[in-house]
Design a binder for this molecule. Structure first.
Ligand SMILES: [Cu+2]
Length: 238
């Protein structure tokens, strides 16, 4: 049974790790989240497989046979050693995994020395992105699409004008609710050029599914050029 359990566990891990669970990793945080997920798979799949193998084996081996209907099983009393073992091993596993998850969380929430800020506002049924003025004379820039420079840490301040939304770019992995009346936030560092969907991950009304925009991760120089272009447009408008 142990041999079958070990073989089934190895197959289970191989299958679990071969599945593409997430979209492309588009931020430095995404890589850490994906590694955490892989470790959780490696820790939990063998236990699931082992328990299922023992259950199926027992159902087959100790099934009731004709003539057994009125028989009772053997009288079994507690087994202290067994109970200590099956309490201690899961406890150690859980403490270990929780510690690792906590360290990962601290890591991805770490406030860097330099970061840019983007204010994200959700409303039925669109996001808008405001970049605070870089210097005293400049005006804040507002955009319907999200533009970000690659390799620069960005802090999103997330707000809502009406109901609860949830700001999510799956490629960045992290998401957070936009709650009326409060400001929530998270940080990511884009690590890959490309255009990724910005979606709302909280059912917010009839148009919820259309609440999709795009995040563009570009070279820092291109981002600066875009900012200057928007700045020029904003000052022309006034
Ligand atoms: Cu929404």
């Amino acid at each position: 049974m142990i041999v079958i359990g070990l073989i089934a566990s190895a197959i289970g891990i191989a299958v679990a790790l071969s599945i593409d669970w997430f979209p492309i990793a588009g931020s430095t945080q995404a890589k850490k989240v994906d590694t955490l997920f892989d470790v959780l798979l490696i820790a939990s799949v063998p236990i699931f497989v082992f328990v299922e193998v023992v259950v199926l084996f027992s159902v087959w081996k100790f099934r009731m046979r004709p003539g057994d209907e009125l028989k009772d099983g053997p009288p079994i009393h507690g087994n202290t050693l067994l109970e200590v073992v099956w309490t201690a091993i899961p406890a150690m596993l859980l403490v270990g995994l929780c510690s690792y998850a906590y360290v990962t969380l601290r890591n991805i929430e770490h406030k860097p020395k330099h970061e840019m800020v983007v204010n994200v506002t959700g409303q039925q049924f669109a996001w808008s992105f405001t970049y605070p003025a870089a210097n005293a004379g400049a005006k804040p820039i507002t955009s319907t699409q999200l533009y970000l420079p690659k390799g620069k840490s960005v802090k999103f301040n997330v707000r809502s004008k009406d109901v609860i939304h949830d700001f999510w770019v799956p490629e960045f992995r992290i998401k957070i609710d936009a709650v009326p009346g409060i400001t929530t936030h998270y940080r990511i560092t884009p690590s890959r050029f490309g255009s990724y969907p910005v979606v709302c991950a909280e059912l917010c009304g009839l148009g919820h599914s259309t609440m999709r925009q795009t995040a563009h991760v570009m070279a820092p120089a291109d981002f600066q050029a875009w900012m200057q272009r928007k700045q020029a447009q904003a000052s022309k408008a006034t």
